[in-house]
Design a protein around this ligand. Structure first.
Ligand code: SAH
Length: 456
């Protein structure tokens, strides 16, 4: 088939799938040779120009849309054409949920060998303006002006983010005010290529319920010139700002935050309430970016945990402790494990504020902590696992299985590692009994899954 196809040839294609990068997928000819085509949607019939041919698949460019998919919508976001953030803005939200559910199903089947029917997909209560956190790179545009925005697709060119539909409008207003301040005071943005300059990222967080805002500048240095004026500017323009922080990041590379923070003004942490848990948030602690969806997620995880009162609950990868704490009233003892020390401090404070006297938190690596708990003879009845994208890995799952809990609730932001990890748990004596997709990140190619595994 490849031999018969040529670069620049125009072929008719029906788009039948969509990747998380937002590329439509169609199959051509009797061999069903796969093409990835940007800016297309499942259901499109189109004329596509062949732009790249590889051994097993190729890339195409949309030349003409013969019949548009019924799922297509026109994007209402002013910056979606240039920014690389939202890969699914060209289809309806309903179609997005259907497609994301399909991604989970597909990973389960292909990577885990699971055939299980999924519970109804949980959409985000609000598909727009749901984010409570933004991390804007700071740099210069082609005219040398300071630019605070988003990276353009597959590049480190910073484009304007004003009007972005994922964030509350005040985030763009703060970004603009910070840009004007840096320009007015001749404070240099960081330059990735040379490693010179000061300001690398503007990082903003807001408590959904409290309305409190934290503004953090990640800098290649120890201090900010005109810091007093900076605080004055922010707090006078934005009364909800209750914390202004410098994060010291002097390392080369693209990691956004360094591990040291200096509070310039106000509180070291902002507050919020999530699923009934009083939350303290330090700049470095993980916090769910979509508050309302996170409450849905925790509700499902709580249902899967099936607690009745006396159980020992282990919350691995607990961040600021919120999942476990949302269930603390329904179990006998809660143990949380988290690798970031500030997050553990937050978790302890969150437990205290929420009156969860049965909760304790350990700082450490999940696999070592799980092994230590297993050695100490701690036998959790229920384990909640909420790992980062790379998943749990064999050692952690080994240690968890050796504690022999009745139920394991896995919360995952990556269907591929979720399927792999659940397969491992199956081999260690667990059976997948319930699974449900939850949309925490509308309009982007990310999807969350909650799984219940029960001891066979
Ligand atoms: N359950 C929390 C946080 C989930 S995000 C919530 O719902 O908010 C995953 C968390 O795992 C992050 O806080 C991250 O710091 C932590 N983490 C990442 N690798 C880890 C490891 N090897 N051991 C323990 N925690 C880890």
């Amino acid at each position: 088939m490849v031999q018969q196809l040529e670069k620049n040839q125009i072929i008719p294609l029906e788009i039948t799938g969509l990747t998380s990068e937002g590329n439509g997928v169609g199959h051509y000819g009797p061999d069903r040779f796969a093409f990835f085509v940007p800016n297309t949607a499942p259901g499109d019939r189109a004329q596509v120009r062949v732009v790249k041919l590889l051994k097993n698949y190729g890339y195409g460019r949309l030349e003409q849309l013969d019949k548009p998919s019924e799922d297509r919508i026109s994007s209402s976001c002013p910056v979606s054409g240039q920014c690389g953030g939202c890969s699914l803005r060209h289809i309806s939200y309903e179609a997005e949920c259907r497609i994301k559910n399909g991604w989970i199903q597909d990973s389960l089947r292909r990577l885990g060998g699971f055939q299980i029917s999924m519970e109804p997909f949980q959409p985000s209560p609000d598909p727009d303006r749901y984010r409570n956190k933004a991390q804007y790179p700071v740099g210069r545009d082609e005219n040398g002006r300071i630019q605070i925005g988003f990276y353009a697709k597959r590049s480190h060119r910073i484009v304007d983010s004003g009007g972005c539909l994922l964030h509350p409008p005040v985030f763009s207003e703060i970004a603009q005010a910070v840009g004007e301040f840096l320009t007015g005071h001749k404070i240099e943005p960081y330059d990735e290529a040379s490693g010179r300059g000061l300001v690398r990222h503007l990082y903003i967080r807001m408590g959904k319920i409290s309305g409190e805002i934290m503004v953090c500048l990640a800098v290649n240095g120890e201090t900010l010139p005109h810091a007093k004026g900076f605080v004055q500017e922010l707090t006078s323009k934005f009364p909800m700002v209750s914390s202004v922080v410098l994060n010291v990041n002097r390392k080369k590379g693209n990691v956004i935050l360094g591990d040291r923070c200096v509070t310039l003004w106000g509180k070291d942490a902002i507050r919020d309430v999530l699923a009934g848990v009083e939350v303290e948030l330090s700049p470095l602690s993980f916090y769910q970016v979509n508050h309302d969806s996170a409450e849905k997620l925790y509700q499902i995880a709580g249902e899967y945990a099936g607690l009745s009162g006396g159980e020992v609950l282990l919350d691995l990868y607990c961040g600021a402790g919120t999942i476990g704490l949302s269930m603390a009233g329904r179990c006998g003892r809660l143990i949380g494990v988290e690798v970031i020390p500030e997050a553990v401090e937050n978790a302890r404070e969150n437990a205290r504020r929420s009156g969860a006297h049965n909760a304790e938190f350990l700082c450490g690596d999940a696999d070592q902590a799980a092994a230590q708990l297993a050695e100490k003879g701690i036998r959790p009845d229920v384990v909640v696992l909420d790992p980062p994208r790379k998943g749990c890995g064999a050692a952690t799952l080994e240690a968890v299985a050796s504690m022999s809990p009745e139920r394991i609730v896995m919360v995952s932001c990556n269907p591929a590692t979720m399927a792999r990890d659940c397969r491992l748990l199956e081999e260690k004596g667990y059976r997948m009994t319930r699974i449900r997709g939850v949309d925490m990140f509308p309009r982007t190619g990310h999807v969350e899954t909650v799984v219940l595994m029960i001891k066979k």
